[in-house]
Design a binder for this molecule. Sequence first.
Ligand code: ZN
Ligand code: ZN
Length: 362
Amino acid sequence: MRLAVDESVDNEGTGVDPHIIIPTMGERVTDETRPAHHGPDGRFRIPWPLEIADQRSGGSIFRWQWERLTHKRAPNPRPEQVPVVPHAVAQPRAAEGEIRVTWVGHASFLIQAAGLNLLTDPHWSRRASPSQRIGPARFQEPGVPFDALPPIDAVLLSHDHYDHLDQGTVERLHARHGNALRWITPLAYRRWFAGVGVTSVTELDWWDEADVGGIRVVCAPAQHWTRRKLKEMNDRLWASYALLLPDGKRIYFGGDSGYFRGYQEIGSRLGPFDVSMIPIGAYDPRWFMAPAHMNPEEAVRAYRELGGRGAFVPMHWGTFRLTDEDPLEPPVRARVAWDAAHLRPADLHVLRHGETLVLGDG
Ligand code: ZN
Ligand code: ZN
């Protein structure tokens, strides 16, 4: 069976930001001597059939760009439509038994739990782009000013796209903490980090785990892809993460992902989760984005398949415009999907920039 192969797309010279170009998704695995998501050429690939048939072809990138030029799109939100609210970051650390999750924006969270302070996909720069002169600029300042951060113990990185791996922020964190700060990444990031002077990197394959100060950090699958330079394509792995705390509580960070059948397996192996951060934005046009980004309805489905309990914190919306949907639409659709699924209203937490979700004991 041939899947979603789009090798004829040549993105050079299109003037499109490389982090929004979707690549070849790979073919079904026939060689069982290596994990299914490890390709024979040393690159990584999605090893399962796509849920939504891939409708992209050789001219896709041009069709999308043509659509962007010829279709009217909703405007970018004004800053007051995506407000920063006062955060409740614990200084320096959360109380025993407490979990604090503060949304900095996009996929960046400060997680305070089990005596540790962790960041996910930290991004404090103005643009999600290889250049700070061009590319998607943030609608709103980070919800926690960089200088207001408590000491950080470790960072979880989901993948290398510019809206998740921001070199400027890596350098600021490194200047502040040096190699005392631990970076947990999927496979094949060590060299990139060494290039910016960071050597405290722990690479994990899917289902591998690391002990981070008593928290079991487990790397889990996601359906996505990677690239930073035009010549690169899936040279580095992408992932989601589960955090298994010493007191039995569990946290899931979804990274970037299209909808795939693996959520059930992640939930049964690593859940149930007390908090799940799941991406809900960057989904239109569907014919182009579906393999790599869930829409809000799929994100709610993922939450249910992960176990359907605990706090759902939507992410990956409202900070940078990467795709064509109205940037304010994702949480609206997430609420509708949530209610339609008869999930507990109190478990849906659409955080504003800077807002902190506090889960206490019990
Ligand atoms: Zn991505
Ligand atoms: Zn992203």
